[in-house]
Ligand binder design. Structure first.
Ligand code: RNT
Ligand code: ZN
Length: 428
């Protein structure tokens, strides 16, 4: 349906764009070189609506996150999910990482409790990743489990529950360490717990004390931090935790900064008019690295598919302006079950990379000089003019160079895969 432009015209458009950008002091080749080093961590859970492969009884609560929609053909096992990821990755330019959750363990049909998970339950993932040269990241799954049904895990008053989740956290750090060793680079492991209350908790203090204590125990386990890099993720509210979330932004800022643990900012986890772009320079005045969950909040939902919007652009502008892109781990976190899931991945990842490139094409030095000279109208005017610069030609060239489809040509791959693979999952 959509034809790919021929490479010569992509190349020619790029050359014209390169000249336009050079006029304002921007080196597009250099920007593309930087972009190629941004390895976005693509979340496996968009591929099956955060269901996972666990052998477990039905009727388990979601733990405050929920994918809505019923687009057919969600991946049902590791092979299908990896095949879907392969397809999506082939439609995205550049090097990517893959982000897994503990519920994606492959246990040969056996029921293995989460506190008993081991690196070998992820060997198919590790083999796949090594074969494709993809680094893995990891997440303990502290939700969607009978032990999380009270709404509390690491902050629970019930010692049996709390200890179970502590053991899970430690088991997951060992798995992350094994992944890190296999790929010879750190595996980022992000701890997010759903703990909180629907309405009027009388004790907001105890759960926070217990959460801090639980994290202390998990992080004290004997795991090599060269391979396992921990982060903690806050949230404002979730489904069923509207009034109170134990792991709030302030809680984890305090915890991460005092304990030397990385902070994860999820773009959908703040007040509707609050964005994370302004938080980066505040946090990074005190800490070198940060993890992003690139996402899009829409009303109550924090996990819509990422688009190339102002919020995401602002995040990358901040990182580029602060020279912090290299210290930033860029991960995606959205799940939409109402659209083709390969499409969701490709849309969101390409949008994120576009935002990174868009920021890298800014004449930051010049803008800063104008601002410092109090030429504020000039600064604003240049920012506005840049919006109609031939950014698309530079992006297209990047796709071409990395053997990814240029423009909407990737949709034909998505449709074909949908017809041949996804729809067939309904009548095996
Ligand atoms: C939940 C957090 C968390 C999850 C994933 C699945 O609100 O954003 O990051 O979305 O771990
Ligand atoms: Zn998140």
């Amino acid at each position: 349906m959509f034809t790919q432009p021929d490479s010569q015209s992509v190349q020619k458009a790029y050359e014209a764009a390169r000249a336009r950008y050079a006029d304002v002091g921007v080196d597009t080749d250099k920007a593309l070189h930087h972009l190629a080093a941004v390895a976005v961590s693509v979340h496996c859970w968009q591929g099956d609506d955060v269901a996972g492969f666990e052998v477990r009884e039905t009727g388990v609560g979601s733990g405050g996150i929920m994918a809505t929609g019923n687009y057919p053909g969600a991946a049902r096992n590791g092979e299908e999910l990896r095949a879907d990821l392969d397809k999506a990755f082939s439609l995205i330019p550049g090097v990517l990482r893959c982000n897994l959750h503990a519920i994606y363990a492959e246990t040969d049909g056996k029921r293995i409790e989460r506190d008993q998970l081991q690196p070998n339950h992820f060997s198919a993932w590790i083999d796949w990743a090594v074969k494709h040269g993809i680094a893995l990241d990891f997440n303990p799954t502290y939700f969607a489990h009978p032990m999380a049904d009270s709404g509390y895990t690491l902050g629970s008053r019930d010692e049996t529950v709390r200890q179970f989740w502590i053991r899970h956290g430690i088991a997951c750090r060992r798995i992350a360490e094994a992944m890190g060793r296999a790929q010879n680079s750190p595996c980022v492991i992000n701890h997010w717990v759903p703990d909180g209350a629907k309405d009027h908790p009388v004790d907001r203090w105890g759960p926070r004390e217990r959460l801090a204590e639980s994290l202390d125990t998990i992080l004290a386990a004997d795991v090599d931090r060269k391979y396992c890099k921990d982060s903690v993720e806050s949230k404002l509210f979730g489904i069923g935790s509207e009034d109170y979330v134990v792991g709030s932004h302030e809680f984890y800022m305090g915890y991460g900064l005092t304990q030397g643990i990385m902070i994860c900012f999820d773009m959908g986890h703040f007040h509707p008019t609050e964005t994370i772009s302004d938080k980066l320079s505040s946090l990074m005045t005190f800490q070198d690295e940060v993890l992003l969950h690139v996402s899009r909040g829409v009303r109550w939902d924090s996990d819509h598919v990422v688009t190339f919007n102002d919020d995401v652009k602002r995040v990358f502008h901040e990182l580029v302006r602060g020279n912090a892109l290299e210290q930033t781990h860029v991960a995606l976190d959205f799940f939409d079950a109402s659209i083709n899931r390969i499409g969701a991945w490709v849309i969101g990842t390409r949008a994120t990379l576009k935002a990174a490139l868009y920021a890298l094409l800014e004449p930051t030095v010049q803008l800063r000089e104008m601002a410092h000279a109090d030429d504020l109208a000039g600064k604003l005017a240049l920012l506005e003019e840049l919006k109609s610069y031939p950014f698309g030609a530079v992006w297209d060239y990047h796709c071409l160079k990395h053997n990814a489809p240029v423009g909407p040509a990737w949709l034909d791959d998505m449709y074909a895969y949908d017809r041949m693979v996804i729809r067939n999952r309904l009548n095996p």
